[in-house]
Design a protein around this ligand. Structure first.
Ligand SMILES: [Cu+2]
Length: 595
């Protein structure tokens, strides 16, 4: 029998749960600095010594350079999975990569040729001192109006690894406005000598219906939070769709829907016995993928821009906005192998139709381009799955032993009783009570710089400079959600499902470091016991970060349908210090609001 919450429960007066879903409302457990996580010893990976020796051996750092990109953002026709639709992209392409070296200054001149405003965000990039170029619409800027240009300029001098850029406005990224962002530091990265070449692998769920139509359906009265269902999945912008299926596209796109089944899949050409670093980026709206390569094991070496200790697995489960690097050695018979990225369909509220194919494929081809054959390989019968909560950094300082500020954030997806529109409702400590994030009318950064009060619907949390923050996110929903914090990395202190408001003691040392992490779904109550579907215990993840980056930073679910539903909050780091930089706000950023 499930342990249950004993706490009295009740609905918020203006909320009602989705049909078939009941909700409990609990006092959020009070957070106290946890003695169990006290760390007295700096635990650095001993391998850092080896890195130092290499440096002393005379490897010179790469020269810093300016890297300029000219992105014209537009809507154009394309058929990534064989089904012709209008997509959004830079320079009439999908997945345009930004590849730079650590220390470089990146500038991305962004011209908006869309018929709606846009803004570009550089996911995982710290933007130290350039918070205003973080690209989150109405957080750090107004979106770029049609026919206007904005140049984002920032230096990547404190990080390397695998990142990505994407629109941070109106769910544009899920229709294609996104691409890889790679920061290299070969002289200092620990695994440089362990691979010969690199391959970027982007994964995405793909929707044939224009995202504005999907959004209007999702947020119509009675939309019930039923997330839009993808039509296929893409690997590097290529997938397949069975054109004999019933046509799911509605509205104005129907006339353009030329469709070709068995569209060309992505082919990775590799050479026997060489070692490849695959940089895997999940750019999905919603999909969590399980990634495998038939016949080959995956040596994981990086997660979200942090080098990790090497772990060998067969399958990686990767959520929206997460990244992993794996080294794959081409030590098998020279032939063609399936690369598989399988969508976890249980993440959606609704069931998929039987015609939906969750398995997206590419081909690993031993040999030169143009000669790939259809593989006949099978996935591993007993696959070892990566455990992200035990994937440890290669060398990274341990979290501070104590924290200064505990933040407890709890959410559920609920139908507003008045409008019957489904939103995320977020409660943060005793400050915000069942609020959904809404984009403010003025960028939050501007209001902070000008000393204005912030709207309640920004769910703003003030943090002193260099404060150690322990954030616990409580999931009152049955499925996973993937949370991203802008401008920071965090230690993952623990996760699971809380029983009777009690969190199991987490590990006391060796914490993963991420910028995007899953909060597990809640534990469903057993039949007729407890109250609410989550009566078996809320899901939670607990992270700790140092607020050493003054700025206004969004924390949000990176499942875009949930972000759009308001599953977000705003960390305001060092408001006083920020105000002192008011005169430095670039005029181009300030002018984004002059329309
Ligand atoms: Cu979510």
């Amino acid at each position: 029998e499930d342990p249950i919450f004993k706490t009295p429960w009740g609905f918020h007066p203006f909320l009602k749960p989705r049909p078939g879903v009941t909700s409990i409302k609990l006092p959020i457990p009070t957070l106290q600095p946890n003695a169990a996580t006290t760390l007295n010893i700096m635990i650095w990976n001993t391998q850092i010594l080896a890195v130092s020796i290499v440096l002393l051996g005379g490897v010179s750092p790469s020269l810093a350079a300016s890297r300029s990109y000219d992105f014209t953002v537009s809507k154009f026709a394309a058929a990534p999975d064989g089904f012709n639709v209008n997509v959004l992209g830079a320079n009439r392409q999908l997945n345009v990569p930004i590849i730079v070296n650590k220390g470089d200054t990146i500038s991305v001149k962004t011209t908006n040729n869309l018929d709606e405003p846009t803004a570009l965000h550089f996911h995982g990039i710290f933007q130290n001192g350039t918070n205003w170029y973080d690209g989150a619409a109405m957080v750090t800027q107004c979106p770029i109006q049609p026919n206007k240009t904005l140049t984002y300029t920032f230096k990547v001098d404190k990080q390397h690894g695998t990142y990505w850029w994407h629109s941070h406005h109106k769910s544009q990224y899920i229709q294609g406005l996104r691409g890889p962002l790679i920061v290299k530091d070969p002289a200092n990265e620990p695994y440089t000598k362990d691979y010969d070449q690199e391959i970027i692998v982007s994964l995405a769920d793909w929707y044939h219906t224009d995202k504005n139509i999907l959004l209007s359906q999702l947020f119509a009265p009675g939309g019930n939070g039923d997330e839009p269902m993808p039509d296929s999945g893409l690997i590097n912008g290529k997938g397949q769709y069975d054109c004999t299926q019933s046509n799911p596209v509605v509205g104005t796109q129907r006339a353009k829907n030329a469709c070709v089944s068995n569209s060309t899949l992505e082919v990775f050409n590799v050479q026997q016995s060489k070692r490849y670093r695959f940089r895997i980026i999940n750019m999905s709206a919603m999909a969590v993928f399980n990634f495998t390569i038939d016949g080959h094991r995956l040596d994981v070496i990086e997660a979200d821009g942090t080098d990790t200790q090497k772990v060998t697995v067969d399958t990686i489960r990767i959520g929206p906005a997460q990244r992993y690097s794996v080294i794959v050695t081409m030590n098998q018979t020279a032939q063609d192998y399936w690369v598989r990225a399988v969508i976890d369909t249980t993440q959606w509220m609704q069931n998929f139709t039987s015609t939906f194919n969750p398995e997206t494929r590419a081909i690993l081809h031993y040999g030169t381009a143009g000669t790939a054959k259809t593989p006949t390989t099978q996935p591993p019968s007993q696959a070892t799955l990566l455990n992200p909560y035990s994937l440890l950094p290669y060398s990274y300082p341990p979290p501070p032993a104590n924290f200064d500020l505990g933040v407890s954030m709890r959410f559920d997806m609920l139908n507003d009783e008045v409008t019957n529109i489904n939103y995320a409702f977020v409660t943060i400590d005793n400050v915000y009570d069942t609020v959904h994030y809404e984009m403010p009318k003025r960028p939050t950064l501007f209001d902070v710089l000008d000393g204005n009060n912030l709207p309640n619907s920004t769910l703003a949390i003030n943090v002193a400079k260099n404060a150690v923050v322990e954030l616990t996110i409580w999931n009152d929903d049955v499925t996973e959600h993937y949370f991203h914090l802008h401008g920071h990395q965090f230690w993952v202190m623990g996760s699971g499902q809380a029983l009777n408001n009690v969190i199991k003691p987490g590990p006391t040392q060796n914490f993963p470091v991420r910028d995007t992490i899953a909060v597990p779904g809640c534990r469903k109550r057993a039949n007729n016991t407890g109250e609410g579907i989550c009566g078996g215990g809320l899901g939670y993840v607990r992270v700790r970060f140092i607020a050493d980056n003054p700025g206004v930073w969004l924390l949000h679910c990176h499942m875009e349908w949930h972000m759009a539903a308001g599953l977000a909050a705003t960390f305001v780091v060092d408001a006083d210090g920020l105000r002192a930089t008011r005169g430095s706000l670039p005029a181009a950023i300030r002018n984004t609001c002059n329309v």
